[in-house]
Ligand binder design. Structure first.
Ligand code: NAD
Ligand code: UDP
Length: 309
């Protein structure tokens, strides 16, 4: 049993992490400033033994009393719509927030996990992306606030590892979807499902030929907890290697929901990556992990969750 601090614990991925940790008997201190998260995501955990929620902005000094075995730093806007709306907060939580939470891990002698992202590869020129690829990022474009914050966070994490001996893990998360995404957080899976259920047109950006590889949150959380429990520093890609065009995704969502929605085409956002697919050989070899939930099943579960309202 361990005591784990989860920053961003009231967010989409963070709330699933809290749930999985509690289910295996760990204690959880969830810290979140509710910028893009909600107490609704964790309210069902409030009665559980060993669960504490603290409303706090982790760009400020983070104090946690008592022993801590692991710090999982997941706080950060993650949807392009959110980080474009909060560019400075995104840069601050990736830089100052990573510094503060690494400081907490160092002080407590705790393991530290950084939630990094496939966006460190930018608009990748190598395909699929392995962990060796250094990326192709526009530092001054609008997405740079997220990409560079995460690249800085990786560098800071490695510096604490090398200079202070902090036991770190870096996970590069690829597009993750599932239950508890906000209906209007702007990411493609939630947008399409919400639009399809409402019979509204699905908004495909560009010609919809750009690709993504979508991982259901249950597979994702299983992978990142396996990395946390391993002795591999990283960085490690955790995502689903099955690649789809955005147009294919729209067609699948319409089919699975039995919707009468049409598809409309809207402008492609600036610097939108053309292709993205993780090479997960490393995760398979080191952790014996790979995703098992097919896109159709994951979309069905997510749509059922949104339909319940
Ligand atoms: P999310 O927006 O649902 O969750 C992020 C959480 O962080 C929110 O609850 C928000 O309120 C909180 N937060 C933001 N700034 C904070 C601050 N300064 N102090 C305290 N809390 C703060 O997003 P998500 O999809 O759950 O993403 C979680 C993490 O995983 C992020 O670090 C993100 O970069 C990373 N990630 C997610 C994906 C994905 O596809 N979901 C992909 C790559 C990386
Ligand atoms: N996208 C889209 N319609 C939407 C939302 C997103 O076509 O309503 C596209 C977006 O341009 C990108 C892909 O879907 O090419 C994935 O977008 P998302 O915001 O989910 O995540 P990203 O991978 O860009 O961070």
């Amino acid at each position: 049993m361990a005591r784990v601090v989860v920053t961003g614990g009231a967010g989409f991925v963070g709330s699933h992490i809290c749930e999985s940790l509690l289910a295996r008997g760990d204690e959880v201190v969830a810290i979140d400033n509710l910028l893009t998260g909600s107490v609704d995501n964790i309210s069902h955990l409030f009665g559980e033994k060993g669960f504490v929620f603290v409303e706090h902005d982790v760009t400020n000094y983070v104090h946690v009393s008592g022993p801590v075995d692991a710090v999982m730093h997941f706080a950060s806007p993650a949807s392009p719509v959110d980080y474009l709306e909060h560019p400075i907060k995104t840069l601050k939580v990736g830089s100052l927030g990573t510094h503060k939470t690494l400081g907490l891990a160092k002080d407590k002698g705790a393991r530290f996990m950084l939630a990094s992202t496939s966006e460190v590869y930018g608009d990748p020129l190598e395909h699929p992306q392995t962990e060796q690829y250094w990326g192709h990022v526009n530092p001054v474009g609008p997405r740079g606030v997220y990409d560079e914050a995460k690249r800085f966070a990786e560098a800071m994490t490695m510096a604490y590892h090398r200079s202070h001996g902090v036991d770190v893990r870096i996970v590069r998360i690829f597009n993750t979807y599932g239950e508890r995404m906000r209906p209007h957080d702007g990411r493609v899976v939630s947008n399409f499902i919400v639009q399809a259920l409402a019979g509204k047109p699905l908004t495909v950006y560009g010609e919809g030929q750009q690709t993504r590889s979508f991982c259901h949150v249950e597979d994702e959380v299983r992978g990142l907890l396996a990395l946390l429990d391993s002795d591999y520093v990283g960085p490690m890609n955790i995502g689903n290697p099955n690649e789809f065009t955005v147009l294919e995704l729209a067609q699948k969502v319409i089919e699975l929901t039995g919707s009468s929605s049409e598809i409309v085409y809207e402008p492609l956002p600036v610097d939108d990556p053309t292709q993205r697919k993780p090479d997960i050989s490393l995760a398979k070899r080191v952790l014996g992990w790979e995703p098992v939930i097919p896109l159709e099943e994951g979309l069905r579960r997510t749509a059922a969750w949104f339909a319940r309202g």
